[in-house]
Ligand binder design. Sequence first.
Ligand code: DWN
Ligand code: SAH
Ligand code: ZN
Length: 405
Amino acid sequence: MVKCRVCGESVVEFVDFGRQPLSDAFRVPGDTRPEFFFRLAVGVCESCAMVQLMEEVPRDRMFHEEYPYRSSGSARMREHFTATALRLLERECRRDDPFVVEIGCNDGVMLRTVKEKGVRHLGVDPSGGVAETARELGVDVLTAFFEEETARRVRAEHGPADVIFSANTICHIPYLDSVLRGVDALLAPGGVFLFEDPYLGDILAKNSFDQIYDEHFYFFSAHSVRAAAERFGFELVDVERLPVHGGEVRYSLARRGERVATPAVAALLAEEEREEILSLARLRLFAERVHQVRADLIGTLRGLREEGKRVVAYGATAKSATVTNYCGITPELVSFVCDTTPEKQGRLSPGAHLPVRPGEAFSEPYPDYALLFAWNHAEEIMAKETGFREAGGRWITYVPEVTIV
Ligand code: DWN
Ligand code: SAH
Ligand code: ZN
């Protein structure tokens, strides 16, 4: 029996993707060392409703010197995090000489603005390569995993934080107990802990099953975050829905009794009950729909191959590891993936071994069809790639269902 990483009660499995590789382990061609695989499956805790992976991948296999993801690769995300930084500075940094901490700062996409405004800050990120990119922008980074001990070290060295922020990282950390004890140790009285991650409600509504991969350990909801917060002396005092990455929620936690919860919290809790997003029946329906998308997508790609069409993919996302390996997408069906990240180019995608080529390869010449792995950046990409449609090309997406546009 698998026990809940937050409360210790039993977790009931509702979807299984089978053997999967590390989603960001892009391979050097010719490397013959065996790839690491684990069983990717998701369950829900019977007691605290936390949706979580059934199996945990050791953290240093995923986050290390060569972690390839660069947050600044999307213009839309750069705008999102500039606006986020300005808001944090305006609303949460009213004290003299404020201090901002970010957990999982990656290449400094958010903290660069905090730095430009001359505000004291520290990013904590275990991936040495991304931290180096942030430092080149003048951002202060501690290369470490955030946990209770790290938080105490930061507090001893820099003093308390007025605000602790984290985007797309807290859901990556199975040891949420240590994270929340660390936040308690580091946060100044009256301070706030804000974090944003993919929202379970959106994943179910959009059937975006590719949000499930090794790095995404938790799939949060207002219910599960409230329960976890309360276990560690915090209260969920605000929630805000965000359109980025296919739909996220930004949760605000404050120490119990320090802030009054906004009406948005009760509203989201009520919506979750109405939509029954935590019921096993709803979660099992999601699993059925995922099976259907796999059949449709592989059927579509095989059909196109029989017609002699050329298909390539767009965006070597971590998410696409689940799509390619679960659906069985091989280089015979999709010749390559184009991606603007230098760290991924010239390599092979994990498990499925699709070659990754630079962005320019997309138009040399344009394919007949492009499978949009970076569907969460569809607007930005389609605005940039108008030439593809004009040349007669068609996009294939699979969220919420297989569609050709
Ligand atoms: O949670 C996570 C999110 C924030 O980032 C991490 N665990 C890992 C990563 O997930 P992902 O790889 O699925 O994220 P994205 O942002 O969907 O990745 C987009 C990929 O597409 C990047 O490799 C960059 C690339 N890209 C591109 O080639 N051309 C992106 C854009 C916008 C483009 O125009
Ligand atoms: N905040 C960025 C990065 C998301 S990618 C954004 O929203 O785009 C996830 C990041 O979390 C990676 O840079 C990874 O190195 C970092 N990370 C993973 N585990 C962590 C931990 N325990 N503490 C701090 N950062 C962590
Ligand atoms: Zn639980």
